[in-house]
Write a protein that binds this ligand. Structure first.
Ligand code: CMP
Length: 139
């Protein structure tokens, strides 16, 4: 089925001018960008977005990193978009990421791993709604 998912290009990637290269990999993988904006999130916004991880030992580091520079938040649409995006991104830890994936190509560490993507339909809806209003999404 045609789905929507949330995608974010992280500060380690925007800093290295990799936005276009990453979007090209997503588009070549069959996904369409139906909403996109560049956002330098506050610590508070990062804490809210990643609230599900707030008990994790890396939470402070994650919030610090995500608010350290610009990100690009996006809505992607396509056939099985949630799973497809996760395939194109590769494993969270670049050491485990398959050849040809975004994280294999560009990620620097498990924290500075270039991209985020929703893991399920309910989180996709929540994450899209966190950053976008319906009028900003042009499907
Ligand atoms: P992401 O898909 O954005 O969701 C949560 C993020 O936490 C994850 O990608 C990683 O970048 C980050 N993360 C997971 N484990 C660790 C860790 N051990 N140390 C630092 N960051 C981590």
């Amino acid at each position: 089925a045609i789905e929507r998912t949330f995608s974010m290009i992280k500060p380690d990637a925007t800093r290295r001018n990799l936005t276009g290269a990453i979007v090209k990999m997503l588009e070549d993988g069959g996904l369409t960008v139906i909403a996109s904006k560049r956002v330098w999130m506050s610590r508070r916004e990062a804490e809210g977005f990643y609230a599900v991880h707030k008990e994790r030992p890396f939470f402070g580091e994650l919030v610090e990193f995500m608010s350290s520079g610009p990100t690009v938040v996006q809505v992607l649409q396509g056939e099985n978009a949630i799973a497809r995006n996760r395939e194109i991104m590769g494993a969270t830890n670049p050491a485990d990421a398959a050849e040809g994936t975004i994280r294999k190509e560009f990620a620097q560490s498990i924290g500075e791993n270039s991209v985020h993507g929703s893991d399920a339909p309910d989180t996709a809806s929540e994450e899209i709604a966190y950053w976008f209003s319906e009028t900003e999404i042009v499907g």
